[in-house]
Ligand binder design. Structure first.
Ligand SMILES: Nc1ncnc2c1ncn2[C@@H]1O[C@H](COP(=O)(O)OP(=O)(O)OP(=O)(O)O)[C@@H](O)[C@H]1O
Ligand code: NI
Length: 318
């Protein structure tokens, strides 16, 4: 049983249209994805492919105008809004894409919990010893300069803020971490630290969903890589599949992503990702850019199927 199981999940936003009308725009379509205990699953995909929206859906923090369909299970049971509230910030944590998730009016030290939780500590009531412990931890474990705990978020540099977010998320006893990396990437040093900490946590059994737009980075630390295209996961590959000219990769989009990397010859993929639409796409969302597409690809939507130890959403991959 997977730690997190996402089955047939779609997310749409309700937007005003004209004077009185509304329309639903689908940004995630029939997504299937699972994360096991102790596994780092990287999610890669172009900007706007729905990665952060998926993170919000799992955490239960989608905006009010969003509609979620499908099933998300955690530990074998449906992840209901009640369970999300109960688990959030505890077993289930988010390292958000932007620092704007930190409370701008609260000193950093109050937003980070020390590793050993003070028993009976109540929210809002922070003792001097708590602040001291937090300060020490920020310095030792997260390499932040002395005095960080007393600062406000706006006083932090990008790299420092990232470390604080990491500290906030990992200081309890998380079982599932959703890490949404900022675009463009984070400071290489902070990234290296983060990846090391993720691996340690994964070794302890924590499942990690690691959202990044950068394939090269994903490959350095992940176990599996889920590739998003226009709101759907087109492939789940093993890290080892990314090799050579991409002959072990399954989906044409994953191959194109791989071959577009500077070290693989910078071969660009013509065209662009389709925009979010009013309805779930009938055909394959990649068909307009695919050399191998046939009539069936624009007519029918391929299901995710298991191929060579991975998963792919394409009729023709063998
Ligand atoms: N609150 C919202 N209301 C309406 N549309 C939204 C909202 N939030 C996100 N979207 C749309 O959903 C789509 C997916 O956005 P998302 O932020 O998940 O992309 P992403 O894959 O995380 O991109 P990036 O790599 O740039 O972070 C985009 O088209 C975006 O405009
Ligand atoms: Ni994002």
């Amino acid at each position: 049983m997977a730690l997190l199981d996402i089955e047939g999940v779609s997310v749409s936003f309700r937007r005003a249209r004209g004077w009185f009308g509304h329309e639903q725009t689908y940004v995630i379509q029939n997504l299937d994805l699972s994360i096991n205990e102790g596994e780092i699953m990287a999610v890669v995909g172009a900007s706007g492919s729905g990665k952060s929206v998926l993170a919000q859906a799992i955490m239960g923090i989608l905006p009010a105008n969003a509609k979620l369909e499908g099933r998300i299970s955690y530990n074998g049971e449906p992840l209901t809004p009640e369970r999300q509230v109960h688990l959030r910030g505890d077993e289930l944590v988010l390292i958000p894409q932007s620092v704007s998730y930190l409370d701008p009016l609260m000193r950093v030290g109050r937003q980070v919990q020390p590793v050993t939780r003070d028993s009976g500590r109540k929210r809002g009531f922070i003792t001097r010893s708590h602040m001291k412990k937090t300060e020490q931890e920020l310095m030792e474990r997260y390499h932040l300069p002395q005095g960080t705990a007393g600062k406000y978020p706006f006083e932090l540099s990008g790299g420092m803020a990232r470390r604080v977010l990491m500290a906030t998320a990992t200081s309890g006893q998380p079982k599932l971490i959703i890490a949404d990396e900022p675009t463009p990437g984070i400071h290489p040093e902070v990234l290296a630290e983060t990846m090391k900490q993720f691996r340690e946590l994964a070794n302890e059994g924590v499942g990690i969903l690691w959202i990044t737009h950068d394939v090269t980075t994903a490959l350095t630390a992940a176990d599996r890589v889920a590739v998003f295209y226009a709101g759907a996961n087109v492939e789940t590959a093993q890290v080892d599949d990314f090799t050579g000219t991409g002959e072990r990769l399954r989906h044409p989009y994953t191959k194109a992503l791989w071959n577009a990397l500077p070290q693989n010859g910078f071969q660009p993929l013509p065209g662009s990702q389709p925009l979010a639409g009013q309805e779930i796409t009938t055909g394959c969302s990649f068909a307009p850019r695919c050399n191998a597409a046939t009539a069936v690809c624009t007519r029918e939507r391929p299901e995710l199927r298991k191929v060579r130890g991975g998963e792919v959403r394409c009729f023709y991959v063998t």
